[in-house]
Design a protein around this ligand. Structure first.
Ligand code: SAH
Length: 362
């Protein structure tokens, strides 16, 4: 049987073209877009403003949802992790992080990940497959519906981070398409300046993103101040070493808006990359490339069988102050959802730990 088209990944214009092919007027396409993206409905059955026979016709060719929610884990700090399944049984994980000012949703771009960063649990899955644009968009819809209620507008607005499982820049086309759908004021309306995409350093895509208008913010995962150590921790560095990566970042920096800064993420691994000397090397590296970036230090989130421990907090503080004295804006990211395997680098479709009742339909 031919696979049904997952309409959640279509822009309004694409939906209009789609319904026209079925012999329907354009406004039906606009109605479906609003039902999927504004009312956040996940079945045609609930779109009662569409004629019944049209809904049946839609059902034959297409679908309004392909992800099923296997379980939801709720952390003591309020963070929620959703473990979902694609139609072909691949795990997809999404994290909702409640915050004082504005809630954040962290989405996945791939099921598993092909990069073999030694400190990341997702790497242990390998790449299962890249997600479609529709699967990326549906993750946001699931998280918003669960957090606020179906179709209820987020009271404080939403930040989006592409920091879940996978390497977003190895699924660039679907990612950019999904963002176009997510940006639409008639739909989810999460605008580019509220979105940050994190990459392990796929250099050609950094150049490509730099050339785009209306692009999201960029974060780059460094994890090491030298090629020698980075080759070991993040093997992708052998393909695109630090000099090339930071040259691409410099290009990107030229396209930043006033007040916008590039972010570098630096996972803090006890006795591996957290010495005073390494802090100085990191600051010198960024300064040598003339980057006006900010650095986010991420205390390592440990998980069996990863062979690392998090740096002690005094170490993180000292590392931060060395960077600061060398003129680098540095923040320490507070770990969220560690107890439910929802924190950075912990998404690996883990099923254990505290579970709230299963929510198969939300
Ligand atoms: N592949 C992309 C997107 C994933 S983002 C990237 O690498 O940027 C996930 C972030 O969490 C990255 O900055 C990564 O360096 C960090 N990370 C991975 N494993 C971690 C761990 N165990 N503890 C803390 N941070 C981790």
């Amino acid at each position: 049987m031919k696979e049904k088209i997952h309409l959640t990944g279509y822009t309004e214009a694409e939906l209009i073209a789609f319904v026209e092919q079925l012999g329907q007027p354009a406004y039906r396409g606009r109605q479906i877009f609003a039902a999927l993206q504004h009312r956040r409905l996940r079945s045609f059955e609930k779109m009662t403003d569409l004629p019944k026979d049209f809904r049946q016709q839609l059902e034959q060719h297409s679908t309004a949802s392909t992800l099923t929610i296997e379980s939801r884990y709720i952390s003591q700090d309020g963070t929620r992790r959703y473990l979902m399944k694609t139609h072909d049984d691949r795990p997809v994980e999404t994290v909702f992080i409640p915050e004082e000012r504005r809630d954040t949703i962290c989405f996945s771009s791939q099921s598993g990940c092909p990069l073999q960063c030694t400190f990341c649990l997702t790497a242990q899955l390998g790449l299962l497959r890249s997600l479609t644009a529709a699967e990326i968009v549906e993750q946001i819809i699931v998280a918003l519906n669960d957090a606020y209620g179906v179709g209820v507008q987020p009271p404080k607005g939403t930040n989006l981070v592409g920091m879940g499982a996978g390497e977003p820049f190895l699924n660039f086309e679907s990612l950019i398409h999904a963002l176009r759908v997510i940006n639409d004021p008639k739909g989810l309306h999460i605008v580019p300046k509220r979105i940050t995409i994190s990459t392990a350093g796929i250099v050609p895509r950094i150049h490509e993103l730099a050339a785009m208008t209306d692009r999201p913010h960029l974060a780059v995962s460094l994890a090491a101040p030298t090629d020698e150590l980075r080759n070991e921790l993040m093997p992708i560095n052998r393909k695109w070493p630090l000099d090339q990566l930071l040259a691409a970042c410099k290009e990107f920096e030229k396209t930043l808006k006033p007040g916008e800064l590039l972010t570098f993420e630096y996972v803090m691994l006890d006795k591996v990359n957290d010495s005073d000397e390494q802090a100085r090397q990191l600051a010198n590296l960024l300064n040598r490339h003339g980057l006006r970036a900010k650095v986010n230090l991420i205390p390592h989130n440990p998980a069996e069988p990863l062979p690392y421990l998090p740096s002690p907090s005094e170490r993180v503080d000292t590392f931060q102050s060395i960077l600061e004295t060398k003129g680098i804006h540095t923040y320490v990211r507070k770990p969220r959802g560690r107890d439910i395997y929802a924190a950075c680098g912990q998404l690996a479709a883990r099923r254990e730990l505290r579970t709230s009742p299963q929510i198969s339909q939300i």
